[in-house]
Write a protein that binds this ligand. Structure first.
Ligand code: GRF
Length: 208
């Protein structure tokens, strides 16, 4: 008899910690999280599972990977909504269908309304490709190069209503090398994103 059935037979309700990941594009962070969970088993060992991947773009390449992995996918197209509030309401409905303990923004390129952020307060994570609080917003790599920074990096943080702010869970630092372009630096930072995002999630799960 499985653990779930055994505990159900004893009248104990076993709740899975569902993780919902939001993407907009290539989804390499999402894939890194899925691969890390499969490889290291930190999801199963903590009664968690990656329940769904949701994209605001139907052509997001990451959706193909998620489907191949047998993960439920959904598309909530922001262009079909006149306001951010209307989009966020449909997005929240798609997320809540999976009763998530954790919502993970992984290259999700939409600004979320305060109401949405509040709904998932304490269980909404983001990764940003800079050493926050430096360089919130777009074009972080070019801005770091232009500022003459010697290091750059990535940050996993809890989401608050202020863009790219909130309690920091993990950071990684990479050097900025002579002759770096934004593309070269982005690629170097991305390899670190793939390491720190799964780690941050695995470490947060016991507290959810
Ligand atoms: C990452 O650099 C992430 O930090 C930023 O957008 C990029 C998305 O990459 N927000 P991917 O979709 O996870 O490949």
């Amino acid at each position: 008899m499985s653990r779930g059935r055994r505990e159900a037979a004893r009248g104990k309700v076993v709740e899975m910690k569902n993780i919902v990941i939001l993407i907009s594009g290539s989804g390499s962070n999402m894939a890194a999280i899925v691969r890390s969970a499969r490889r290291e088993g930190w999801d199963k060992s903590q009664g968690a599972r990656i329940a769904a991947v949701i994209s605001n773009r139907a052509d997001a390449a990451g959706l193909v990977f998620a489907r191949e992995q047998g993960i439920a996918t959904a598309v909530v197209d922001h262009k079909r909504h006149a306001t951010r509030e209307a989009f966020d309401a449909e997005l929240a409905a798609a997320i809540d269908a999976h009763q998530p303990s954790l919502v993970v923004l992984a290259g999700f390129m939409r600004i979320l309304t305060p109401g949405f952020v509040q709904r998932y307060q304490g269980r909404l994570l983001n990764i940003h490709p800079s050493l926050l609080p430096a360089f919130p917003g777009l074009h972080t790599h070019q801005r770091a190069i232009d500022a003459g920074c010697k290091v750059a990096g990535a940050t996993v943080h809890q989401v608050t209503s202020e863009l790219d702010h909130g309690p920091i869970l993990e950071q990684a630092v990479v050097p900025i090398l002579p002759g770096d372009t934004a593309e070269k630096l982005a690629a170097r930072v991305l390899t670190q994103e793939h390491l720190i995002y799964p780690r941050a999630i695995a470490q947060l799960l016991p507290r959810l």
